[in-house]
Every structure is written in C-alpha cells, then in structure tokens.
Design a protein around this ligand. Structure first.
Ligand SMILES: [Zn+2]
Length: 325
C-alpha cells in the first residue's frame, strides 16, 4: 500500500532522495537541505534481528555442504550475492583458484563520504567442512553464523553515512588454509589500500551456558587497541566477554591472515576453539562435524554478540552527518 502510493518516486529516485522529494509535500519551494544526523554507533546494535540471523544460517545450512571442492560453495556464493542484492547492494566477486577450481570471495564496498581511502573490513568465511565434507557439512557455527552477522551488519549500517569506507566481505576457501583471505590481502597490498582494521567473526553461536556464557574477543598484540575498543563496546551494551591477545590462539583463521598482512584484526568466538586454547576449558563438540547445525546454536546471546560487532564497526567507520538537498 505504501509502495503503491510512493511507487513512482521510488522508481525514479534513490530511496533517500525519494523520501525527501515525496515526503516534502511535493509542491516545491524552499526548505533548504535536509540534515541527516550521524548515527549513534550503539543504535544499530539494538536493531540486530535474531530472526534475520536465523534465516541466514538456515539458508546456508540448506545447501547441505559448502565444501570448497564441490558445487555447494558456488551455490552459496550465488545465494549471498542475491542476499546483498535484496538489500539494494551490489556485490563484487573476487575469484581465485583452489586446486584448479575457481572460488569466489563476495565483497560489498560502502564508500566513506569524507575519507573513503581509509577502509574497515568485516569478513567471514562461507565455505564449510566436516567429517563428510562432500555430502553433509552444515557449518552452522563454522561459519554460517559469521556470514549471517556480516549480512546483518550490511543491512543495518549501509543506510548510514560514515567518514571511512566499510567493506562487507565473505571469503571462500578458508578451510583449505584461509585462501580467500590470503588472496584478498594480496590484492589489498598490491592496490595500496589503507585498511586500518578488520573484524573477522568465525564461530560465535555455540553457547552451552546460554545467557551465562561469555563471548571471546581475540586479537594479537598489534590489534590490542581493537580488542580493547570492542571490549568497551561490549561493556556499554552489557554483554559479558573475555579478551585474548595471544597470537597463537586460533592461529590459522582469516583473522590471522589479516594480522600477518599488517592489518589489525580481531575475531569474536564462542569458545576459542578448545583445541587451540585448552586453558579456556571450553570445547565445541560439533566443530568440523556434520552435527554443526542451527539447532545447536543459542541465538539470544549470539544476537547480542553481533550487536557488539556492528556497534564496534560503526565506531571505527566514524558516523558522519549528511545533507540531502
Ligand atoms: Zn571457521
């Protein structure tokens, strides 16, 4: 109904412009530019939708497997391009070869309005693996939930203007040695792109203690300021957390690839993968198993953790006021 009455305007103009043109009563005249205030970074955190996250994880799990050496990862890549398109965002494919097969990173760039050459990245891998990788690798925690959080960040942040650019990145070939992220950082270095920080969520949905659980913020010494910033955001939002800056923890994930390329990078995690931090006393029984499914995730806490990431990314990108003529 709303769409019918506003249809002509929306068809002709970008949404924000349409709101200005149609909402103003049409007649013309005066008014001056409309000032759109900078968004408070904590506001989008409160808008994170558990239903959106569940829908995205289910959508990816429904491919049965997203293993690099099979059709599932390509199908998932197409699905992700379509999900971005449904948000009005154009994704670029960044292809590379894995064992003779083409795999694609999927990238959306939201340009900064004042200093677009400075870039912040949120990145998650969308491929999966398991004990039965070619037939069943639902990879809900590893890492459909990370992908879901990138999609949710894109949904909530791209309507806003930021001083710096934000890239929403979904990598392929992670389970073969972070190959998508390695390809990306080589390209970033070759282009001389000034990436100041990356958030690379990988496994942030398995919370055996439910609301009593605490999420992990991991970085290395060079990314300690980012770890501290995310911890501060988590405190402001009332989300319990632990921090780690030992670079050997969770070594080998996409965050490591960014760090080794000189890009400060942090990750959020549900358990810091028990095999990597025995001292944490935690483990993920479904890690790289066919049992890594949506029904094992605890979404209320996951939704809060995604909110922390969204708010941290918004802070880094630095919201700015804009005007519509
Ligand atoms: Zn992973």
């Amino acid at each position: 109904m709303v769409g019918r009455s506003m249809g002509n305007c929306v068809a002709l103009l970008a949404v924000a412009t349409a709101l200005a043109a149609c909402g103003g009563g049409g007649g013309g005249g005066g008014g001056g530019p409309i000032i759109i205030p900078a968004v408070d970074p904590l506001v989008p955190a409160g808008e994170v939708s558990q239903a959106e996250l569940v829908n995205s994880v289910q959508g990816l799990q429904d491919f049965q497997t997203r293993y690099t050496f099979g059709p599932g990862d390509d199908q998932a890549g197409d699905y992700l391009v379509a999900r971005f398109a449904a948000l009005g965002l154009t994704a670029e494919l960044d292809p590379f070869l894995v064992g003779g097969e083409t795999a694609n990173n999927v990238i959306v760039r939201h340009l900064g309005t004042e200093d677009p050459n400075v870039v912040y990245i949120i990145s998650a891998h969308y491929d999966s693996t398991s004990n039965t990788p070619t037939t069943l690798a639902p990879g809900a925690d590893d890492n459909a939930i990370g992908v879901a959080s990138v999609l949710e960040a894109a949904r909530l942040l791209t309507p806003h203007a930021f001083r710096h650019s934000v890239w929403f990145v979904l990598t392929a070939g992670e389970e073969q040695g972070s190959l998508g992220a390695k390809h990306l950082v080589q390209w970033i270095a070759a282009q001389g792109i000034d990436v100041r920080g990356a958030i690379a969520p990988d496994m942030l949905g398995y919370w055996p203690l439910g609301d009593l659980d605490m999420f992990d913020i991991l970085g290395d010494p060079a990314s300690a300021p980012l770890v501290a910033q995310m911890a501060d955001v988590a405190t402001q939002l009332g989300v319990a957390h632990k921090t780690w800056t030992n670079p050997s923890y969770c070594y080998g994930d996409d965050q490591t690839t960014f760090q080794e390329a000189g890009i400060p990078a942090i990750t959020t995690m549900d358990c810091v993968e028990g095999h990597n931090i025995p001292a944490s006393g935690e483990s993920t029984p479904h890690y790289h198993r066919a049992t890594d499914t949506l029904d094992t995730l605890y979404m209320p806490l996951t939704t809060k953790v995604v909110g922390v990431m969204v708010a941290t990314l918004a802070e880094l990108a630095d919201p700015v006021e804009t005007t519509q003529p």
